[in-house]
Design a protein around this ligand. Structure first.
Ligand code: HEC
Length: 138
């Protein structure tokens, strides 16, 4: 019993560390600062808005990709398939893919490409932060 406590403490710290990846948190802070700069009323990201962004069928983008789910599927914990090239895409949910949203350059490149393809425009900083917040909980 005496030894059990430190063991659980280590497990708790290790799992907190995995959930709160420092690169991902920095990325979210960057988007939050950007969102605040464009809208002083910005009050934080929400997973609900992120999910809506993910599932909405938009008009204005490429007709092969009306929504994010066209390639990333309805279930972010599953592998996707690129609707344009047919290539397999690794799951986007952080719970199954801890590397997700940890590399700023990759994430920005992909947001630019995918938002243009689906929405026909760039995503805002708030939309990007909402999306990552949703995927963090998936
Ligand atoms: C045409 C297919 C396609 C569509 C539609 C699509 N994506 Fe992607 N997405 C990809 C591919 C391919 C990658 C890169 C491969 C990978 O990261 O596994 C990717 C990766 C990403 C990444 C990078 C994640 C990381 O950890 O580096 C983000 C962010 C992203 N997508 C956001 C979105 C959003 C938001 C939408 C909807 C607005 C969307 N995607 C719709 C194909 C797509």
């Amino acid at each position: 019993m005496k030894r059990a406590f430190p063991f659980f403490l280590i497990v708790a710290l290790a799992s907190t560390g995995a959930a709160a990846n420092p690169e991902r948190e920095t990325l979210l802070e960057t988007y939050a600062a950007e969102a605040k700069a464009t809208d002083p009323a910005f009050a934080g990201f929400t997973a609900e808005r992120g999910e809506t962004l993910f599932r909405t069928r938009w008009a204005g983008g490429d007709e092969r990709t009306p929504s994010c789910t066209a390639c990333h599927t309805d279930n972010p914990r599953q592998s996707g398939r690129n609707a344009k090239t047919g290539r397999v895409i690794e799951p986007v949910a952080v719970s199954v893919n801890v590397k997700r949203f940890t590399d700023y350059v990759d994430v920005e490149k992909q947001f630019n490409r995918d938002c243009e393809s689906v929405l026909g425009r760039a995503c805002t900083a708030q939309e990007k932060g909402d999306y990552i917040t949703f995927m963090k909980g998936q």
